[in-house]
Design a protein. Sequence first.
Length: 630
Amino acid sequence: MKTSIATVSISGNLTEKLAAIARAGFDGIEIFENDFLAFDGSPRDVAKMAADAGLAITLYQPFRDFEGLPEPQRARAFDRAERKFDVMQELGTDLILVCSSVSPIAMGGIDRAADDLAELGARAAKRGLRIGYEALAWGRHVNDHRDAWEIVRRADHPNVGLILDSFHTLARRTDLKSIRSIPKDKIFFVQLADAPAIDMDLLYWSRHYRNMPGEGDLPVPAFMAAVAATGYDGYLSLEIFNDQFRGGSPRAIAVDGHRSLIWLMDRIRRDEPALKVDLPAMPAPIGVEGVAFVEFATDKKGAAEIARLLSAMGFSEVGRHVSKDVALWRQGDINIVVNTDSSGFAHSSFLVHGTSVYAFALWTDDATATVERARALGAEPFEQEVGPGELKIPAIRGAGGGVIYFLDRNSDLSKLWDIDFAPADGASPANSAGLTRIDHVGQTMEHGEMLSWLLFYTSIFRAHKTPTVDVIDPAGVVRSQAIESDDGGLRLTLNGADNQRTLAGHFISQSFGSGVQHIAFATDDIFETAASLRRAGFTPLALSPNYYDDVEARFGLEPELADRLRAENILYDRDETGEFFQLYAPTWGEGFLFEIIERRGDYRGYGAPNATFRIAAQKRHMRPKGMPTA
Ligand SMILES: O=C(O)c1ccc(O)c(O)c1
Ligand SMILES: [Mg+2]
């Protein structure tokens, strides 16, 4: 696989862009004309920079409004092209992208366009250059790759070929089978982009909302499978116009881009095993059964607070690590590890972020294969020293610099609690509030990071993303999206904050980065759990009485149920398939949340309609400690 990315996809100046692109592992770059025009150096300087970075210049673009013009504009367009050919020769690239004309004076006509391209091809051939023709989805006369292909076919010149761009084809829902019958040697170049499903003007959608394959909602794998079926083995080039990426971190965006191409090609070889895909073998997407444990990094004082909270929620301390200052708390299938060791990564993480969930572990099909797949997708493996006889748990770095550990049932990793832990003295196993398992873990991050982490999880695991929901915080909007494993065992929610005054934004700024803000425990009977928590001296987050009046009216609840919800401060939601109950512990630290939930029937969501009222209650609770109101 030969990878490329258009310079327009990355933020920064040309020097910064090239450094980030090379570092992420790309083979080449498309020079987007404006990046060159803004660069204070000659084409030869750019050629040298690219060569020094080990990058081929795969293409120069775009050349606009060329075909179908009347004279004298037609002659001027050819003169303009010759000037660009000069630049290309100095840059050392042989391919120019000609996009279909949007000019109001372009006349249309397939043969006229074919004649123009044939003549341009002849001129390019004299200099050893090639012309690639692309149909813009909003082209004046040509807006469909099938018409562009017919023009290229009729131009019938060896130096004139077609450029396919997944966005233009998929945005117009053009039939993908039509790609499979194009001869591979006439496809000069392939550009790839995804986009979220939003109903808007094609040009605006394309110029502002494109994202990496896998980050959006378009069927890019089906497009790519059609391209691969032709035998095309040239560059796969990302061309991503995205407002957020323009302001993002060049390095992070480039890493995401490279990951998206590997994910895509791995996906199509699994979808269509007969296709030839030039990509090293890697383990298949990993199945996840659920969260094995969540680990806090803290100090003695923090550990005492966590112990108080966990005890009040019905957890018992059941184990101590054999060599480290680490406690294991348990209830049902929930394992919470509290790490107060004064060495190792957890301690460094505590020094930077304060008390926080620096790690969580997942039950996977195969822990070693998980790290192998993650590494193939550009994730960073995590390792640290372990004591003699202790398990080396496969792990990678995740959001906010945290760690994700992987366990499986087919190796010694399944015996982690017996090997690395010893029973705690005086443990009281009778303590329980009926909590059974971790329903989901919520990570909070800046909104600009969300697509990165969505791609991270959905590319490594057999998992998909749910649609975005907007959560209204009194101080701004927080965007929330869940990652769910295809078989339902894993649920992660990602929350993207736009500003620091939202509860999510406050958490990021005070804990110095993204991270786990929220753990939701499941119970089979929320009212029983609430009663037992009350007996243990637990005070839930108090909600407004106005909320309960509305819930009762909105869902037509029996007054008796509404009264019970109100009495226990339980939030309620319902959809076509089931019911949802939520109970919150008051916020802790800089806005960390423990939530207790019960799903009845087949309720699939996370209680998004309640989030606004819950956040308002949390902010009321936090205000004495300095949480800004709005
Ligand atoms: O938005 C544009 O004009 C534009 C230009 C060149 C391309 O390759 C493209 O896909 C879009
Ligand atoms: Mg394009």
